[in-house]
Write a protein that binds this ligand. Sequence first.
Ligand code: SAH
Length: 262
Amino acid sequence: MNRLPFTLPDFLPGQVWLVGAGPGDPGLISLLALHALTHADVIVYDALVDDRVLALAGADAICEFAGKRGGKPSPKQPDISKRLVELAEQGKRVLRLKGGDPFVFGRGAEEALTLVEAGVPFRIVPGITSGVGGLAYAGIPATSRETNSAIAFVTGHDASGDVPNSVDWEALAKAVPVLVFYMALKHLDRIAARLIAAGRRPDEPAAVISRASTPKQRVLVSTLGEIGAAAVRQGIEPPALVVVGEVVRLREKLAGLMLTND
Ligand code: SAH
């Protein structure tokens, strides 16, 4: 890193840094995240972390994968948390690297609580969550004065893998003009149907953004009524975000002159 006109905190042995890696594009990581990558002894990373971000790790850093890959079952959350404690107790500088932001649908809270219980000092380094950065890379503003003064981030499935029952769909549909769904591709049809049943218009604009901010980014623009079928037809793959609301229309206006990495 070039010399900075300020100092970043020391990454000390025995600490765990829980760091957000952003949605993919390595240009979107923070200076603190880069600092952590270049000073960590061990990097415990998730499937959503882009390889280009991992490539910024110091030459001697050990990278440990803690996600789902190739159909193998994912490590259990308590096992990952335990591993972080174990590595910290061995006196390592432990970087726990997660896609997007560690505290947005990323189980960062659970891991931080385990560190507290074990008495391990830790730091949280926020990242750009895909629900904001991914939308921006698709040319869809999260808010605009003309369309919405509120936005909701919603998970498309709960711990059991089903459409979450803990969501008050009626209230959500009624109160929040722009809805951003994470992990929603699998149940997209059912989610759209629930929103329509709760009063949202089937012709309301909706978009799916797959692999946002990576070279494989794909954006599908449709309507709430059609989006599920369109995503299947076009073979849209996870990870993907779903956006419902009038902000989606702005993409058409912005796309013309918006510079992208393509
Ligand atoms: N902590 C992450 C979210 C983890 S949950 C964050 O803040 O972004 C995993 C979900 O995030 C995926 O199912 C998908 O909905 C979304 N996601 C993460 N990265 C993405 C990307 N590059 N493109 C599209 N969706 C992404």
